[in-house]
Design a protein around this ligand. Structure first.
Ligand code: TMP
Length: 212
């Protein structure tokens, strides 16, 4: 599974870090470098996964507990990998995913305090040893990030409405993941304007893959 033709790049971070905008700009950059990108997101990105997205992201914060939620995220992830990500990588495409498994470790493992070991049990069954080639962790002060999400016109706000301590634990989770995976993860300061954040990310791609 690890020897696929394409590359798998993930964007991670708290709510309001600007991941989705940055993912789109990164896809443009790959195109400029004659690479075919596939832009996708979690939860979602495949038949079945989008329905699960609706189940998890809407409604009361206590609608699911940490275990139920983790199982749903991984059910969605399994279809995303099987039907979208793995076939694209085999075709030689570069897949950019707005969130992947680090989100479950940070949100459910740290934020909801389920613990990393518990999440990893489900991870091993669902994902095995497949992992991203490169992960950008967009980091911003929790309150600054959440204030950016205010006024967004959507009802997928179940996590945004969780208590501030939840978000603080989740941010620490992402920073721990980055420390434990220094080859794969790069922390990006998301408290900068859109162009500067993108410039920092492109600099990493230029360095790693020789893009111009
Ligand atoms: P987003 O598409 O706006 O990033 O929303 C996805 C939300 O779901 C966000 O609040 C983070 C949360 N989430 C988890 O809690 N665990 C996960 O594994 C994933 C993929 C997302």
């Amino acid at each position: 599974m690890s020897k696929m033709a394409g590359k798998f790049i993930t964007l991670e971070g708290g709510d309001g870090t600007g991941k989705s905008t940055q993912a789109r700009l990164l896809a443009d950059f790959l195109k400029q470098n004659n690479i075919k990108p596939l832009l996708t997101r979690e939860p979602g990105g495949a038949p079945g996964s989008d329905e699960v997205r609706e189940l998890i992201l809407t409604g009361d914060p206590d609608r699911w507990d940490a275990v139920g939620e983790t199982l749903l995220f991984y059910a969605s992830r399994r279809n995303h990998l099987r039907l979208t990500v793995w076939p694209a990588l085999e075709r030689g495409e570069w897949v950019i995913s707005d969130r992947f498994a680090d989100s479950t470790i940070a949100y459910q493992g740290y934020g909801n305090q389920l613990g990393v070991d518990q999440v990893m049990k489900v991870h091993e069954v669902t994902v095995g040893d497949f992992e991203p080639d490169l992960t950008f962790i967009l980091d911003i002060d929790v309150k600054a990030g959440l204030s950016r999400t205010q006024g967004r016109d959507h009802n997928e706000d179940r996590f945004e409405r969780m208590e501030i301590e939840f978000h603080e634990r989740m941010r620490e989770g992402f920073l721990d993941i980055a420390k434990q995976n220094p080859e794969r993860c790069v922390v990006i300061n998301a408290d900068q304007n859109i162009d500067k954040v993108q410039e920092d990310m492109r600099a990493i791609l230029k360095d790693r893959y020789g893009f111009s």
